[in-house]
Design a binder for this molecule. Structure first.
Ligand SMILES: [Zn+2]
Length: 88
């Protein structure tokens, strides 16, 4: 992978943010995301933008995005944890 794990993880976050705000994500993934947000201003800003969008429109436009399959959740949790291991 050319761009490395960090970029992939941040891209995944943009797809997960609606479920995160709806409380639809499993707890381990939410914890992993919270840890990622603590060290990633870009993802934190994206979250703030999403919150503003919800305040303006009153709802989330979820599109055709379905709940993440459990394999993907597992993968993301590991990716987030590796992100922070590598960072500190
Ligand atoms: Zn990020």
């Amino acid at each position: 992978m050319r761009f490395g794990r960090r970029v992939v993880v941040c891209q995944e976050w943009t797809e997960l943010v609606t479920d995160y705000l709806e409380g639809a994500l499993p707890r381990p993934l939410v914890k992993a995301i919270d840890r990622h947000l603590a060290g990633c201003p870009h993802c934190l800003e994206y979250l703030a933008q999403m919150r503003r969008t919800i305040e303006l429109t009153g709802h989330l436009d979820d599109g055709d995005f379905d709940a993440a399959p459990i394999e993907m959740v597992d993968l993301l949790v590991r990716a987030f944890e590796e992100f922070h291991r590598g960072d500190s």
